[in-house]
Design a protein around this ligand. Structure first.
Ligand SMILES: CC1=C(CCC(=O)O)c2cc3nc(cc4[nH]c(cc5[nH]c(cc1n2)c(C)c5CCC(=O)O)c(CCC(=O)O)c4C)C(CCC(=O)O)=C3C
Ligand SMILES: [Fe+2]
Length: 341
């Protein structure tokens, strides 16, 4: 199969104070997130001048891929903020692109991490009749380059501490019902949390660390709905109560230092740990590591030159579908809630 472009598909983030509210409205449209939660999250963004680092980090990662001599033109589009996926797909069509690979900036399965990117593709193609064929790349949570980049991040973070530490992996929480619906029903659900746990195990194994925890962060939604727990800040408090004096937090669920990382971890979790008199260090995310550009190049080469599929676990790496089709019938079905307007 031949391809004539790569679409780098991400979450999007605001570029200034005025963008924050409309961006947040895009993210939570139809999701039942209470306004108080939005006010809180808006304050986190405004703390950084209303600018999320995510767009800049994506552009830097794209430059790193280009700098490797990558053979296809790369387009950048988002789910929730400009450049919006539909505008970029219109541009691709205008440029004569007929078949493109799509790199979604999430390593995992599940509704928010995988299926919602399929929905973005469907939405973009609906907005652009006779647009290019779009083939999404697979999930890469257990790719050796992804795992070793995180392992080095943990090594460097641990080296910055003076005493012993507990290794704590963290990923974005999701509603328990969404995790239960992650993956095709025949697999038994929980694909997202199982992949997060597996990636964490692989990083720990590469480091030779046998005692570690996997926790969750950045919970949203109405308080009465259960989300994956424990929360990273609560967990740091529990570790402190057990006499743990240092913590290395590895944001295994994220590819770059976007807002949930620089606020929820580097600010909130860190402040709490220091308040408790604990040492705290946060491992780097892979986005800025040369291995990340190599990873993208390899995932593309699986399609363009039959490069081997490298993965360290036997767990399914799905997500590779055409024009936004789900991976399998009923795979990662969205929760029953009002449709996006
Ligand atoms: C699994 C997962 C990932 C990892 C996979 C992936 O990377 O895709 C992820 C990434 C991200 N989440 C992000 C931002 C936000 N997520 C929100 C809300 C939500 N996230 C959810 C899940 C996830 N989110 C869910 C289930 C919700 C509830 C609403 C809904 O059901 O959709 C909200 C609303 C406010 C709030 O937090 O309540 C914001 C602003 C940003 C950009 C940060 C920046 O600007 O730098 C990124 C990369
Ligand atoms: Fe999926």
């Amino acid at each position: 199969m031949s391809f004539d472009a790569l679409l780098w598909l991400s979450f999007g983030g605001p570029e200034g104070p005025e963008d924050v509210r409309p961006f947040l409205e895009n993210v939570v449209r139809g999701r039942g997130v209470p306004p108080e939660r939005l006010d809180e999250v808006e304050a986190h963004y405004q703390h950084f001048g209303g600018v999320s680092p995510i767009n800049r980090l994506n552009l830097e990662a794209i430059e790193a891929v280009r700098a490797r001599g990558f053979e296809l033109p790369i387009y950048f589009g988002n789910r929730n903020w400009h450049p919006m996926a539909e505008d970029v797909v219109a541009q691709m069509k205008a440029d004569g692109v007929q078949r493109a690979l799509v790199f979604p900036t999430s390593a995992y399965g599940g509704y928010s991490a995988c299926r919602q990117y399929d929905e973005d593709i469907v939405r973009a193609l609906q907005a652009v009749p006779d647009g290019p064929e779009l083939v999404k790349l697979r999930q890469f949570f257990d790719h050796p380059l992804f795992i070793s980049a995180f392992a080095d991040g943990v090594r460097a973070a641990a080296a910055s501490l003076s005493g012993p530490y507990r290794l704590v992996f963290t990923a974005h929480s999701v509603p328990v019902s969404a995790d239960k619906a992650a993956g095709p029903p025949a697999e038994g659900g929980y694909r997202y949390s199982r992949q997060v746990v597996e990636a964490s195990r692989l990083v720990a194994a590469e480091l030779g660390v046998t005692e570690y925890d996997v926790v969750w962060q950045s919970r949203s939604g109405p308080p009465q709905i259960p989300w994956l727990e424990p929360d990273v800040v609560d967990h740091i408090e529990a570790l402190h109560a057990k006499g743990v004096t240092g913590v290395v937090v590895c944001p295994i669920g994220f590819v770059s230092d976007h807002l949930e990382v620089v606020w929820d971890l580097d600010t909130e979790a860190r402040d709490r740990a220091l308040e408790l008199g604990m040492e705290f260090a946060r491992a780097a995310t892979p986005n800025g590591d040369p291995r990340f550009a190599e990873l993208v190049t390899e995932l593309v080469a699986e399609h363009t030159s039959g490069a081997p599929v490298r993965k360290l676990s036997s767990f399914t790496s799905a997500g590779c579908t055409v024009n936004g089709a789900p991976c399998a019938p009923l795979c990662c079905e969205p929760a029953k809630r009002p449709a996006r307007a």
